[in-house]
Ligand binder design. Structure first.
Ligand code: HEC
Ligand code: HEC
Ligand code: HEC
Length: 450
């Protein structure tokens, strides 16, 4: 071999070795030694209380507590385009939960998506947002979880196909998409705005639902808050592309996020009902901060959305002429509650205010009409009957087409039949009750105190 060839071969070998070392460094994470489960008494009560509020803001219970199951014991199936991932047991049980996790191991999971044994975790656990959480807040969350009731419940096996069932593949995903940022305050903005940004981008992971994802399941940075999908629901755009007929303001957001309802916007349902249920129990100042930041994200609306306009009458007339079936269903089944200012719990908003009707995706409207809105037990909360049993798909379709033509200035939906059939198949309960049912109460006075 000539000298120059040898040098090239040497360089190639060095590059390959460096690449292998780099790959290993990215993929391999050491196990963190197990500890004896800490004594719950050893945690400061104020820290635990703060951790409780932070856990509510992070919706930890929604994913780690299936309906009717023990708090934080895991086992909730989370559907993804790649298969089903089950949430894990995060009670302090030493065998099946995180009882033997040190605070450092917990922080690493929150920040880098790696479990105590050193395996990569699926980003269904929204650590791509939790990476923003401060050390202090992770400490409070840890204190809260370590003082819960330990529950013995072995994790369930994920149902994923190759190559998604390979945890090593997650390392590649992280390399592409995980940004290890802690939140850096913007000095040009107020303290409240910065608090809101820290929560929205981090612990509250609003973008996990409201930002569309790419083919590999990562949020599309260029389309932040432009509307995403979650559990057969569309999480509406909440940036400048919002289709809310009345633009969102910080005040409206505060009321909606805290009480689950706003007179100009209606109720929060499905996954969003759980989010507001959680937010109804945390310090108002945090919800206010979230509202202030979110209002700044939604910015100035693009289209001239200023509420129901004079065109509304003309639209109503035209829609009735072209779709008499839809019009008569609306008059018979919907108008009595949605027109004329009937009060809650039975009075619904003027449908001209509903994002469900102006949204590019008809799924939420189909869900609402088929399944209605359940009242929360023991609270005077909004009630709407479901129409799945009394209307067939053709009737629902005629009704939805009518609502779209009458109450929005958007073009007709395509594939409506398919959406309705799908919504019928997956009928969900809306104002789902989590262990502490505080969902979207109409009357905040009736809400149980946390
Ligand atoms: C959107 C659903 C979702 C939310 C919200 C969520 N988690 Fe999880 N979490 C999961 C899933 C799914 C896993 C399992 C991932 C895996 O197996 O790779 C997980 C795993 C974990 C783990 C690793 C446990 C182990 O044994 O490996 C910890 C710790 C954890 N979550 C804590 C939290 C905390 C704290 C919060 C709230 C701040 C939270 N999670 C919110 C879905 C969620
Ligand atoms: C688990 C998924 C999920 C998370 C997390 C989530 N949302 Fe939502 N959000 C939804 C869904 C789904 C809807 C539509 C609900 C409906 O049709 O009633 C929604 C609706 C909304 C709306 C109403 C928009 C409109 O025009 O009617 C606002 C505002 C909103 N979310 C803000 C937020 C903020 C702020 C956060 C973070 C604090 C957040 N969401 C977190 C799923 C989510
Ligand atoms: C018994 C009274 C009642 C009847 C009948 C009724 N609704 Fe409702 N509806 C409500 C209440 C209460 C709400 C929740 C409060 C709100 O969102 O304004 C609601 C909410 C809605 C929403 C969500 C509004 C939003 O974006 O928040 C839509 C869309 C809707 N109804 C459509 C219909 C349609 C279509 C019909 C007829 C097929 C109908 N409703 C019949 C009471 C009723």
């Amino acid at each position: 071999m000539r000298a120059s060839t040898r040098i090239i071969a040497g360089i190639v070998a060095a590059v390959l070795i460096a690449a292998a070392v780099a790959a290993f460094a990215i993929v391999w994470r050491p196990a963190i030694a197990g500890i004896d489960p800490p004594d719950p008494q050893s945690f400061d009560a104020a820290l635990v209380k703060r951790g409780r509020d932070l856990a509510a803001i992070g919706n930890c219970s929604d994913c780690h507590t299936p309906r009717g199951a023990k708090n934080f014991a895991g086992g909730l199936p989370v559907p993804t385009p790649f298969g089903t991932i089950f949430s894990t047991n995060i009670t302090p049980d030493p065998e099946t939960g995180i009882g033997r996790w040190s605070e450092a191991a917990f922080r690493r999971a929150m920040r880098s998506g790696v479990n105590r044994e050193g395996q990569h975790l699926y980003p269904t656990f929204p650590y791509d947002h939790f990476t923003n959480v401060s050390d202090e807040d992770d400490r409070a969350l840890y204190a809260f979880l370590m003082t819960r009731q330990p529950v013995r419940a072995a994790p369930r096996e994920n149902q994923l196909s190759f190559p998604f069932n390979q945890r090593l593949a997650i390392a590649g995903w992280k390399l592409l998409f995980l940004r290890h940022d802690t939140y850096r305050p913007d000095p040009r903005q107020s303290a409240e705005w910065n608090r809101g940004a820290y929560l929205v981008e981090g612990l509250a992971h609003c973008g996990a639902c409201h930002t569309p994802r790419n083919a590999l399941g990562a949020e599309r940075v260029s389309a932040r808050f432009a509307g995403g999908d979650v559990d057969d629901w569309h999480a509406y755009a909440i940036n400048e592309q919002s289709r809310s007929p009345v633009p969102w303001t910080a005040d409206a957001l505060f009321t909606y996020l805290r009480e689950g309802w706003h007179p100009d916007h209606g109720t929060a349902r499905g996954p969003m009902a759980k989010v507001v249920s959680n937010l109804s129990s945390v310090p108002a100042s945090d919800v206010r901060a979230i509202a202030v930041y979110t209002a700044s994200v939604s910015g100035t609306p693009t289209s001239g959305r200023t509420g129901p306009s004079e065109d509304a009458l003309a639209r109503a007339k035209k829609a009735s002429q072209t779709n008499p079936v839809g019009a008569s269903i609306y008059t018979a089944a919907c108008a009595s509650c949605h027109e004329g200012g009937r009060p809650l719990p039975y009075g619904g908003v003027d449908l001209g205010l509903s994002t469900a009707i102006s949204s590019p995706d008809p799924r939420n409207l189909a869900n609402i009409v088929l399944s209605g809105i359940d009242a929360v037990e023991g609270e005077r909360s909004p009630i709407m009957p479901g129409f799945a049993a009394s209307m067939n798909d053709d009737q629902v379709s005629a009704l939805l087409n009518y609502l779209r033509a009458r109450f929005s200035d958007q073009s007709a939906w395509t594939d409506l039949k398919k959406t309705i059939a799908e919504a019928r198949r997956t009928q969900t309960v809306f104002l789902q009750t989590s262990p502490a049912p505080r969902n979207a109460p109409a009357d905040p006075q009736q809400r149980e105190k946390p």
